[in-house]
Design a protein around this ligand. Structure first.
Ligand code: FE2
Length: 374
C-alpha cells in the first residue's frame, strides 16, 4: 500500500480528572444533557453542572440499543420543552452517545433524522455539535461519525452516518469507568477488541490504523485480564480506556468487518449484548484470514505470537473470560447460524473483510462439530 490517508477531527481529552475540563470545552454555550438517571451518573452530572451551569434540558431515560420508539419519545419531550441548545453533552456509554447523535442529526426533529436514515433526504441543518463523555471503555462512538439505532417493530438495524456527527470533543476520563460492573466492562472491552481486530483484517486498513489496532488489542487484552482479577485496578482502567481509544481511532477510519455483521441479528433476535455478539466468533473469523495478507498477518502475529496458534490463543483468552465459543450458547440453531454468517459475508461490512468465506470453520456448538464449509 503506497497511498493512504487518515482522518479524525474529534478533539481528544484523555486522563484521570479530565472531566474537569468540560467548562472550558463548553465555553458558555447552552446545552442539552443526554445521560442516565442513576446513582452512578449523579456525581458526574453534578460536576458538569458545577463547571457548565444547569442544562437547558436533561434527557435521562436512555435505554440500551436505542430504538426508534424511544427516540420518538425523546424528540417529543424536546419539542415540548421548546429549547434550542447549542451543544449536546452525551454522558454515558455507546447507547447514550448514539442517542445524542440521532438527536443532533435531526436537531430534535424525529422525522428529519428518520427520513435522512431511511431515504437519504438531506438534513435540513448541520447536526448540533456533541461533546461525548464516555463512561464505558469500548464502543468507540465518541470517535466516529456514525450511530446504530434499531427499528424493533420491523426488525431492522439502522445506521446513521454524517460528517457532522463526529463529536466536537471527547472527554475520556478513566475515573468515570472505575465502578463499572464486570459484565459491562467485559462486554464493552470485547467490543473494543473486536473493533481493533476488525480494523486489521479490513480492506480499508493502512499502516497507521494497524499500529493503533495492534497496540489497542494488546492493551485491551491485558487490561481485561487485570480487571477480571481486580475491578478496582486503577491502572487497569487506564489501560482499558487507552486501548478502547486506540481501537476507536483505528476503526473510525476502516469501519468494522464481518464479525460485526454477524453480531447484529444476535443482538436483535437473541438479546446478546453487542460486545459479546461481535467477539465470540473472532477466532473463527481469524482462521478465515490468516495467510491471505502479509500486513494483516504481521499485525496479528504482533498481538498473538506464532500465527498458526493465534486463533487458539484468542479462543483460550475468551474461554478464560467465560465467553461462549459458539452461537448455540445463545439459542441459535444450526440453520440460523449458517444464514447469519452467509448474510454477514455478503453485507457491506462483510465486504470490508479481506479473508475468505470458504475458510470459515462452521463450528456451531457441538464439541466435535467441525464439518468444514459445505
Ligand atoms: Fe462494535
Amino acid at each position: 500500500m503506497n497511498k493512504w490517508s487518515f482522518h479524525n477531527p474529534v478533539h481528544l481529552h484523555f486522563g484521570e480528572g479530565v472531566l474537569d475540563d468540560i467548562g472550558t470545552l463548553l465555553s458558555g454555550r447552552s446545552y442539552l444533557l443526554v445521560t442516565h438517571r442513576d446513582d452512578v451518573m449523579s456525581p458526574w452530572r453534578d460536576r458538569i453542572a458545577m463547571h457548565c451551569g444547569a442544562p437547558d434540558l436533561a434527557l435521562d431515560e436512555i435505554e440500551p440499543n436505542p430504538s426508534l420508539e424511544m427516540l420518538r419519545r425523546l424528540t417529543t419531550v424536546m419539542s415540548a420543552a421548546d429549547i434550542e441548545p447549542e451543544v449536546i453533552i452525551a454522558l454515558g456509554g455507546g447507547s447514550v452517545i448514539d442517542t445524542a447523535k440521532f438527536l443532533a442529526a435531526g436537531r430534535g426533529c424525529y422525522r428529519a433524522a428518520v427520513q435522512y436514515i431511511d431515504g437519504g433526504t438531506p438534513l435540513p441543518r448541520r447536526p448540533l455539535p456533541i461533546i461525548a463523555i464516555p463512561t464505558t471503555a469500548g464502543t468507540g462512538s465518541d470517535l466516529t461519525k456514525w450511530a446504530t439505532v434499531w427499528d424493533t417493530v420491523r426488525g431492522r438495524k439502522l445506521s446513521l452516518e454524517h460528517d457532522g456527527l463526529y463529536p466536537e470533543a471527547t472527554v475520556i476520563d478513566p475515573l468515570l469507568m472505575a465502578s463499572l460492573p464486570w459484565s459491562v466492562t467485559l462486554s464493552s472491552g470485547l467490543d473494543a477488541l473486536s473493533h481493533a481486530l476488525e480494523s486489521i483484517w479490513n480492506v480499508n486498513a493502512n499502516p497507521l490504523t494497524r499500529r493503533f489496532a495492534v497496540n489497542a488489542a494488546r492493551d485491551i487484552m491485558a487490561a481485561l485480564q487485570r480487571l477480571g482479577r481486580n475491578p478496582d485496578d486503577r491502572n487497569g482502567r487506564l489501560q482499558m480506556a487507552l486501548g478502547a481509544m486506540r481501537a476507536g481511532l483505528a476503526f473510525s477510519n476502516t469501519r468494522t468487518a464481518v464479525a460485526h455483521n454477524i453480531s447484529y441479528p444476535l443482538t436483535l433476535n437473541h438479546d446478546v449484548p453487542h460486545g459479546i455478539a461481535c467477539s465470540f466468533c473472532l477466532p473463527e473469523v481469524m482462521e478465515a484470514v490468516i495467510g491471505i495478507d502479509a500486513a494483516s498477518d504481521e499485525a496479528l502475529a504482533e498481538i498473538f505470537g506464532v500465527l498458526p496458534d493465534a486463533p487458539a490463543r484468542l479462543r483460550a483468552f475468551l474461554n478464560d473470560l467465560d465467553v461462549p465459543a459458539a452461537a448455540a450458547a445463545f439459542g441459535v440453531e444450526d440453520s440460523e447460524w449458517r444464514m447469519i454468517v452467509e448474510r454477514a459475508f455478503a453485507g457491506p461490512r462483510g465486504r470490508n473483510f479481506i479473508g475468505a468465506q470458504a475458510r470459515f470453520p462452521w463450528r456451531t456448538g457441538a464439541p466435535d462439530d467441525d464439518r468444514g464449509q459445505s
